[in-house]
Design a protein around this ligand. Structure first.
Ligand code: MSP
Length: 478
C-alpha cells in the first residue's frame, strides 16, 4: 500500500486558535481523508510549537510559567482539532521528550558534519515573527510584517546555509513541483538566487527552548526546533509527501528546512504547498482591530461541516480569501441546502411515499437518463483529479454541479406526476437520482465527513439497491 505523509505547521501556543489555524488544519484533513478513501496508508500530523521568546513573553504577561501556559494553550488546540473533526494520527508538542530527543539528534548530526559553528550574531530580531531581519528589509524601523524588532548581539551558533545555495537551486530545478503554486515556486527560486547567508540557530537570551548539547548556555533557535517536529513524529513515514503551510512561513519550509536536511544527508519532503490568507470583511485580521474570527464560535454557530465546507469551497488552496458571514450563509444555503439537501429530501420522500423506501438496482438506461448517468459516472474521476492537484474547491464544485444536474433531471421527469401513470418507470428515475446523490456524498466525504456519512446512512445502499431510511434534515437552512 502506498504511503502518504501530510503535515500542518505546528501552531504557536501564545494565543488562542483563530480561523487561519483552522483553515490549514481543515485543508490538510480533507486531503488526508481523500487519500485514505483512495486506499492509501496515510499519516496526518499536526501539533503545537511551544518554545521560543514569544511564548516565554506571553507566559510572563499571563503571570504563569511557560510550561503552564503551553499546557493550557496546547489543550485549546487539541480541543479545536476535536471540534473541527480532524482525523490526525498524531499530535506533536515540541515540549515532549520524543521531540527534544529528535531535535537534539538532528543538531548533533549537523554539528558533527561541521554544518554548525560558533560565532557572534548582531542584527534585528522580531519576537512576534520569531525571525531575523536584515537592516535593508526593515520598513520604518519595523519588520516587513509590521512586527517590532529589537537589536540582538550575542554569541550564537550558525548553520552554514550559504553553502547549500546551489544544491537547493538544483533541487528546485529538478523538482518543479517541489513548491506549489508555481508563483510561490518562482518567488523562492529568485530569493535563493540572490544568495543565502548563514543563519543564527541558537540563543543565549532565550531560556525557553531546547538546550544546545555542546553548550548549555544556548537554546536552539525556535524555528530549527519547530521544523524538526516533522521528523520527531514521522515514525516510518519520512520523507513527508506534503507540508501544507501558510505563505508567511514558506521560506522556512522551502529554503531553511531542505537546506538543513541536505546538510544532515536526510531525504527532503516531496512537496510544500503554500496557501493564502483569510481576511475578515476585506481587512487583515488582528487582535488590535478586534476582528479575529474564532473557529470555535463559528462551529457553535453554524456546525462544523458548514464551517469546513465554506473554508474549503470559498478559497482556492493557494489564493487569499475573504471571510464574511453573508457570503457564508449564501454559499451554504445555495449549495448544500437548496441543492444537495433539497434533492435528497425530495427523492427520499417520494420513495417512501410510493415505494415504501425500496428502490432496487436497475441496469436499463433509458434515453432520458443518459446525461445524468454519464455525469454520475464521470464526476468521481474528475473530482479525484482535482483532489490530486489540491484543487479542493473544484472537487467540491464537481459534486455541486452533479447536484444541479440531478435537480434538473427531477424537474424534467416530474416523478410526482409520473408515478400516477407509470410506477415502474418512476422507480427507475428515483434509482438514477439516488445514484447521483450517493456519488455526491462520496465526493464530499473528505470535506463534510459527518454529513456525508448521514446521507449514506439514509441511502442505505447494498448490491441489490436502496432500502431508504427516513430522511431527517441533514442540511438545515441558515
Ligand atoms: N509556529 C509556526 C509554524 C512552525 S511549523 C514548523 C507558526 N505558527 S502560527 O500559529 O503563527 O501559524 C500557523 C499557520 O496558521 C501558518 O501556516 C499561517 O499561515 C496560518 N495562518 C495564520 N493566520 C492566517 C490567516 N489569517 N489566514 C490563513 N492562514 C493563516 O507560524
Amino acid at each position: 500500500m502506498a504511503n502518504f505523509y501530510i503535515t500542518t505547521p505546528i501552531y504557536y501556543v501564545n494565543d488562542v486558535p483563530h480561523i487561519g489555524h483552522a483553515y490549514t488544519s481543515v485543508a490538510a484533513d480533507a486531503i488526508a481523508r481523500f487519500y485514505r478513501q483512495q486506499g492509501t496508508n496515510v499519516r496526518f500530523l499536526t501539533g503545537t510549537d511551544e518554545h521560543g521568546q514569544k511564548i516565554a513573553n506571553s507566559a510572563v504577561a499571563a503571570g504563569i510559567s511557560p510550561q503552564e501556559l503551553v499546557d493550557k494553550v496546547a489543550q485549546s488546540f487539541i480541543n479545536l482539532g476535536e471540534v473541527l473533526n480532524l482525523s490526525n494520527d498524531d499530535f506533536i508538542r515540541t515540549t515532549e521528550q520524543r521531540h527534544k530527543e529528535k531535535a537534539t539528534w538532528l543538531w548533533q548530526q549537523l554539528y558533527q558534519k561541521d554544518e554548525i559553528y560558533l560565532a557572534k550574531y548582531s542584527g534585528w530580531y522580531a519576537v512576534r515573527d520569531e525571525t531575523f531581519y536584515q537592516e535593508e528589509e526593515l520598513i520604518d524601523g519595523k519588520a516587513p510584517t509590521g512586527a517590532a524588532v529589537e537589536w540582538v548581539e550575542e554569541d550564537s551558533y550558525f548553520f552554514r546555509m550559504s553553502k547549500w545555495q546551489n544544491a537547493l537551486l538544483e533541487h528546485y530545478a529538478a523538482h518543479p513541483d517541489f513548491i506549489i503554486p508555481a508563483s510561490r515556486y518562482n518567488e523562492v527560486v529568485s530569493f535563493v538566487k540572490q544568495g543565502l547567508q548563514d543563519i543564527s540557530v541558537s540563543r543565549i537570551s532565550c531560556r525557553w527552548g531546547i538546550t544546545v548539547p555542546q553548550n548549555p548556555q544556548h537554546t536552539m533557535y525556535v524555528w530549527i526546533d519547530a521544523l524538526t517536529n516533522y521528523l520527531s513524529a514521522a515514525e516510518s513515514f519520512w520523507p513527508a509527501d506534503l507540508h501544507l503551510v501558510g505563505k508567511d512561513i514558506l521560506r522556512f519550509h522551502a529554503v531553511i528546512w531542505p537546506a538543513l536536511l541536505l546538510a544532515a544527508e536526510l531525504p527532503l519532503p516531496k512537496q510544500v504547498l503554500a496557501h493564502g490568507w483569510w481576511m475578515a470583511d476585506g481587512q487583515k485580521m488582528s487582535k488590535s482591530l478586534g476582528n479575529v474570527i474564532s473557529p470555535i464560535s463559528l462551529c457553535e454557530q453554524y456546525g462544523v461541516d458548514y464551517v469546513r465546507y465554506f473554508l474549503l469551497r470559498e478559497m482556492p488552496l493557494g489564493n487569499d480569501g475573504n471571510f464574511s458571514h453573508e457570503q457564508f450563509v449564501n454559499r451554504i444555503n445555495s449549495e448544500l441546502v437548496n441543492n444537495v439537501g433539497n434533492l435528497l429530501q425530495r427523492v427520499v420522500t417520494l420513495a417512501h411515499k410510493n415505494f415504501a423506501g425500496l428502490i432496487p438496482r436497475v441496469e436499463e438506461l433509458s434515453a432520458d437518463a443518459q446525461e445524468l448517468y454519464r455525469r454520475t459516472q464521470d464526476a468521481p474521476e474528475k473530482a479525484k483529479h482535482f483532489m490530486h492537484n489540491y484543487q479542493i474547491h473544484l472537487a467540491i464544485e464537481e459534486a455541486i454541479s452533479l447536484g444541479r444536474a440531478a435537480n434538473e433531471y427531477i424537474d424534467t421527469m416530474a416523478p410526482w406526476h409520473l408515478v400516477k401513470t407509470d410506477a415502474s418507470k418512476t422507480r427507475v428515475v428515483l434509482y438514477r437520482l439516488l445514484e447521483a446523490i450517493a456519488t455526491i456524498a462520496d465526493i464530499l466525504a473528505p470535506v463534510i465527513p459527518e454529513s456525508s456519512k448521514k446521507i449514506l446512512e439514509v441511502l442505505n445502499k447494498d448490491a441489490s439497491g436502496y432500502t431508504l431510511l427516513p430522511a431527517n434534515i441533514i442540511f438545515p437552512r441558515l
